[in-house]
Ligand binder design. Sequence first.
Ligand SMILES: Cc1ncc(COP(=O)(O)O)c(C=O)c1O
Length: 406
Amino acid sequence: MERTFDITSVREDFPILGRKVYGRPLVYLDSAATAQKPRRVIDAMVALVEGSNANVHRGTHLMADESTSMYEAARETVRGFIGAAEREEIIFTPGATASLNLASRSLCELLVGEGDNVIVGKMEHHSNIVPWQLACLGEIRPLPFTEEGLYDPKALEALIDERTRVVAVTQCSNVLGTRSNMARIAEIAHRYGVVVVVDGCQGVVHGTTNVRELDCDIYAFSGHKLYGPTGIGVLYGKRELLERMPPVLGGGNMIATVSFTGSKWTELPYKFEPGTPNFVGAVGMAEAIKYIGEFEPGDIERHEAGLLDAATRRLGEIGGLHIHGTAPGKAPIISFTVEGVHGYDLGVLLDKQGVAVRTGTHCAQPLVDHYGSGSMCRASFAMYNTVEEVDALVAGVVKAVSMLRK
Ligand SMILES: Cc1ncc(COP(=O)(O)O)c(C=O)c1O
């Protein structure tokens, strides 16, 4: 039976929310950096470590069987969660950054030579820019975005050509909260036979994701932003593409045979999972997915949208405060600057009032540079935040600004 969304009982699921900072209740508005974990995620990992800890896919003993079964069940949970067709299309990685490095290195080796190009969005997190710079022998073409924070399909049409091999974009901006028109981007790219790589780090957290509906070829995300643990993430790929992609990391478990005259890779998904995987993290991430799946579809998003609306309206009333990224349908992430105030100073003074936000360039320097601001302040909301916390943010900003402008 689905669980009714009740904010008081949701908050009780997250042990950390009871803590105080500087003697005040914690107001945690930095979930886009990493989300807090419900008790059941922590418990699931402790139970595995205390009860069945053994390396996966190697042992002949009972505990090895148990941990392997839990690891593979986690893969199935992830598969269902993102609507992938087959479990072989789900590769566990240490996180989105690792997934995007793997994808870029493998795809560039497979597809990109001199004279070819890769289109990379200008709003991207550094994790979806720098790996392409490291791996790509061809040209990297930055895809511009509009003032309201969207990739314009017309700009993509203008950049793409018969030598384009990959388009790499985010599903949802970690700075602006704006959501890309993925269907349109994939349609244009596929018309040219171009591989579409999607950074799903924020998109997967806020709203339902179905990789087949997105029609992306590669999709990457991290467990820790999804109420799961750190050190675990996912690389989804369409089977046909993954079959052709070469592995980029070698070691145990990813081989069929090894000899000094040449080794052969094993089948998917293990071809891309060398070494001992983070099976404890995978089980924790699967537990987080089951946790959010308990609620009626749409309830979490409605709650978060209410917080975003309230924050947008109330922050917008503060003189000299500018909210960046105004496209409709945003995820609950709001970045702003205040005239005459440095983002870092604002963040420090908010912290002293118990409000945790993030400031700086948010690992998306080209985006922040575009808005001409050295440092933005970002409040990001999650399922456990409240309207009272929006009030605390607004009051904190008003107070900090009055102190800093003196
Ligand atoms: C949109 C986006 N992409 C990639 C990343 C990198 O994720 P991780 O640090 O978990 O590898 C982040 C993290 O902030 C992000 O928000």
